[in-house]
Write a protein that binds this ligand. Structure first.
Ligand code: SRM
Ligand code: SF4
Length: 570
C-alpha cells in the first residue's frame, strides 16, 4: 500500500470491507431478519459487490415518514452481461424474473447490463439464483471491483466484433472476485476455507478489494459506441488488413463529480500506448493492481483511478503498468472516431448476418400502448436463435438473425411497434434512472427527458435542424451515470425541477463539455437552448456538429483539464 494511503484515516467502507471476510459480512443473517424490509447498514455496502442495492420508493418517502412507517424498501439488482451479449434463453429468463420478482420492467443500463427494480427482501435470493440459473450473474456488477466489461456490439467486420466480444468475456472472467461468499449466500454453495486458510482468497484484489469502483471497455473504431474515454481502462481495437492486431490502451477516464466542488471533476482517458492482444490480460491486471495499491482509500470522493493518475502523473502510471505486466507499451497507433450512437433498424454485416437495432427510450423495457417492447422482445426471443446485444446507449440489437427466421421476426417487429422511428435527437438521447428508485437523485431524469425532447424537437424543427443528430444526455445528479459530461448537451439535476446545463462536448466523445448555465428551471430549458439552435442553424459550417460549433463560435470555451468544467465561459 502507498505511503499516502497510510497517512489519513481509512474511509468507513474500508473498515466494512476489511471486516467482511471477503464480502460475507452479516448478509445471510440480514436476509433472514423479517422484522424489517431492509438489511443491516454495513451489509448495504457489501451487497453492492453482489450486484444488489438497497433502495426505497422516493415518491412515497415523505408520506410514509408522516405515517411513521419505515421507508418502502426494495432492492435493485444488476446482472452483468459482458460485452452486452446474451442469448434468447437468457433474455426470456430476465423477462420472467422481471414479471415475477421485480416491478414488471427491465432496465438496460448505460453499461450494457440488466437491472431489476423493486425486488423485495424475501425475493432477493430467488432472484439472484434465477439470474444464475440462466448463466448470467450479479457478482461484481457493483462495488469496489471491476464492473461489467463493455464492448462495441457491432462493427464493420463481424469477425473483429466477435473477437473483441470474446476478449470482453475473458477479461471479465479474469477480474471476477474469487470469493466464495457469492455462492454461499445466494446459491447455498459450500463454505470455502475460513480466514485461517493460507490460500489467498482474492489473488488480484486482496482482502479490501479496490479503493473504488473500476470500469473497463473495448471499442472498435471508427464508432465510439461505448464512450471509451470515459472508462477507467479502455482498449481501442486496432484493425489492419481486416485483422485485429492489438489495442491502444486508454486509462483514467471517469465522469463522477459533485456540483461546484472543484476537487471533483470528470476526466477523459489518456492513451498510454499500444499492445498486442496477448498482453491484454496482464495489462488489465496491472492497471487494476496499480490502482489497488495507490488509489486513495481515505477519501471516496478522490478514490477513482482518474485522481490517482492526475496526482502521480501519466508517465509514472505507464511505468507501473509496464513493470507489473512485463509488457512493453509501444507507441499508440493512429485511430479516428467518427461518431457515437447505435445503428437502429436493419443492418446486414460483412458476413451476411442480419441485425435489427431497437430504440429503447432510456433503456426501459416495458409495454406502452404504441410500443410493446416487453411483449414484442419476448415473442422474438421465443423464435430467435442468435443473440441479443445490449448497447451502451441503452438500446438492444437483435443480432445474428437466422435467414429462415427473418420474415417471422420482421412481422413481430412490426406487430409490436419495435421499429417505431425516433427523431435523431431522441435516438441519441440517454437519461439515467433517477427518481423514484435512485437514492442519490436530486431531480427527475428518465421520467422527464422524453417530454423535454418533445419540446426540443419542436424547437429544432422550427430552425430546420430536425435531421441533426445531437448527443443529449440527462442525469438526476452530478454522478454522471448517463455520461453527461461527454455529451454535446448535458443536463444534470441540481434540485427538483432544476438543472445545470453543460455544453460543448463533441459528437465523437473525445471532448468534455463545460458548465454553461447553472440551476436552470426545467420550464426554461427550451428557452435557453432555442437561441443557440438558431445561431447554429444560421452560422454553422457544412457538416459542423452542434458541440463543435459552440466551441468554434466561442459560446463555450474548450475544457483542457476536467476541473475547468465547473467554470462558466466568461
Ligand atoms: Fe451509476 C451510483 C445507476 C452507470 C457513475 N448509479 C449509481 C446508483 C447505484 C446510485 C447509488 O449509488 O445509490 C444508481 C442506481 C439507480 C437506480 O435506481 O437504478 C446508478 N449507473 C446507474 C445506471 C443504471 C444508469 C442507467 O441509467 O443506466 C448505470 C448502470 C451501469 C452498469 O450496468 O454497471 C450507471 N454510473 C454509471 C456511469 C456510466 C458508465 O459507467 O459508463 C457512471 C459514470 C462513469 C464513472 O463511473 O465515472 C456512473 N454511479 C456513478 C457514480 C459516481 C462515481 C464517481 O466516481 O463519483 C455513482 C455514485 C457513487 O459511486 O458514489 C453512481
Ligand atoms: Fe442516480 Fe445520479 Fe446516477 Fe442518475 S446520475 S442514476 S440520479 S446516481
Amino acid at each position: 500500500m502507498s505511503d499516502d494511503t497510510k497517512k489519513g484515516a481509512l474511509s468507513d467502507v474500508e473498515r466494512i470491507k476489511s471486516a467482511s471476510q471477503n464480502l460475507r459480512g452479516t448478509l445471510s443473517e440480514s436476509l433472514l431478519d423479517d422484522v424489517t424490509g431492509a438489511i443491516a447498514e454495513d451489509d448495504t455496502q457489501l451487497s453492492k459487490f453482489h450486484g444488489i442495492y438497497q433502495q426505497d420508493d422516493r415518491d412515497s418517502r415523505a408520506a410514509r415518514r408522516r405515517q411513521k412507517l419505515e421507508p418502502a424498501f426494495s432492492f435493485m439488482i444488476r446482472a452483468r452481461v459482458p460485452g452486452g451479449i446474451c442469448t434468447p434463453a437468457q433474455w426470456l429468463a430476465m423477462d420472467q424474473l422481471a414479471q415475477t420478482h421485480a416491478n414488471g420492467t427491465l432496465r438496460l443500463t448505460t453499461r450494457q447490463a440488466f437491472q431489476f427494480h423493486g425486488v423485495i427482501k424475501r425475493q432477493l435470493k430467488e432472484t439472484v439464483a434465477g439470474i444464475n440459473a440462466s448463466l448470467l450473474d450479479t457478482l461484481a456488477a457493483c462495488g469496489d471491483v471491476n464492473r461489467n466489461v463493455m464492448a462495441s456490439p457491432l462493427a464493420a467486420s463481424a469477425k473483429v466484433q466477435k473477437q473483441v466480444a470474446r476478449w470482453a468475456q475473458a477479461l471479465s472472467d479474469h477480474l471476477t472476485p474469487a470469493t466464495g461468499a457469492y455462492h454461499e449466500i445466494w446459491l447455498d454453495g459450500e463454505k470455502q476455507p475460513g480466514p485461517e486458510s493460507t490460500t489467498p482468497r482474492e489473488p488480484i484484489y486482496g482482502d479490501t478489494y479496490l479503493p473504488r469502483k473500476f470500469k473497463m471497455g473495448l471499442v472498435i473504431p471508427p464508432v465510439n459506441d461505448i464512450d471509451i474515454y470515459t472508462q477507467d481502462l479502455g482498449f481501442i481495437a486496432i484493425v489492419e488488413n481486416d485483422k485485429l492486431v492489438g489495442f491502444n490502451v486508454s486509462v483514467g477516464g471517469g465522469m463522477g463529480m459533485a456540483h461546484g466542488v472543484r476537487e471533483t471533476y470528470p476526466m477523459l482517458g489518456q492513451v498510454i500506448g499500444f499492445v498486442e492482444p496477448e498482453a491484454l490480460t496482464a495489462i488489465s491486471e496491472a492497471v487494476v493492481t496499480t490502482q489497488r495499491d495507490f488509489g486513495d482509500r481515505t477519501n471516496r470522493k478522490h478514490a477513482r483511478l482518474k485522481y490517482t493518475i492526475d496526482d502521480r502523473g501519466i508517465d509514472w502510471f505507464a511505468e507501473q503498468v509496464q513493470q507489473r505486466s512485463g509488457a512493453t507499451l509501444a507507441p499508440a497507433r493512429p485511430i479516428q472516431f467518427t461518431h457515437r450512437g447505435d445503428i437502429l433498424g436493419w443492418l446486414q454485416d460483412d458476413a451476411g448476418e442480419w441485425h435489427f437495432g431497437v430504440n429503447v427510450e432510456n433503456g426501459r423495457i416495458k409495454d406502452l400502448p404504441e410500443q410493446q417492447l416487453m411483449t414484442g422482445l419476448r415473442q422474438i426471443a421465443k423464435v430467435h436463435k442468435g443473440e441479443f446485444r445490449l448497447t451502451a446507449n441503452q438500446n438492444v440489437i437483435i443480432s445474428g438473425i437466422d435467414r429462415l427466421d427473418k420474415a417471422h421476426i420482421e412481422v413481430l417487429i412490426d406487430e409490436y411497434g419495435l421499429s417505431a422511428g425516433a427523431s435523431p435527437l431522441r435516438a441519441n438521447a440517454m437519461a439515467c434512472v433517477g427518481f423514484p428508485t435512485c437514492g442519490l437523485a436530486m431531480a427527475e431524469s428518465e421520467r422527464y427527458l422524453p417530454s423535454l425532447i418533445d419540446e426540443l424537437d419542436d424547437s429544432l424543427v422550427s430552425h430546420g435542424l430536425e435531421d441533426e443528430p445531437m448527443v443529449i444526455r440527462m442525469t438526476g445528479c452530478p454522478n454522471g451515470c448517463a455520461r453527461p459530461y461527454a455529451a454535446e448537451i448535458g443536463l444534470v439535476g441540481k434540485s427538483e425541477g432544476r438543472y445545470a446545463v453543460f455544453l460543448g462536448g463533441d459528437s465523437e466523445g473525445t471532448r468534455l463539455n463545460r458548465l454553461y448555465r447553472d440551476n436552470v428551471p426545467d420550464s426554461e430549458l427550451r428557452g435557453l437552448l432555442d437561441p443557440l439552435f438558431a445561431q447554429y442553424a444560421r452560422d454553422r459550417e457544412p457538416e459542423e456538429h452542434f458541440g463543435d460549433f459552440l466551441i468554434r463560435s466561442g459560446v463555450v470555451a474548450p475544457v483542457v483539464h476536467g476541473r475547468e468544467i465547473h467554470e462558466v465561459t466568461p
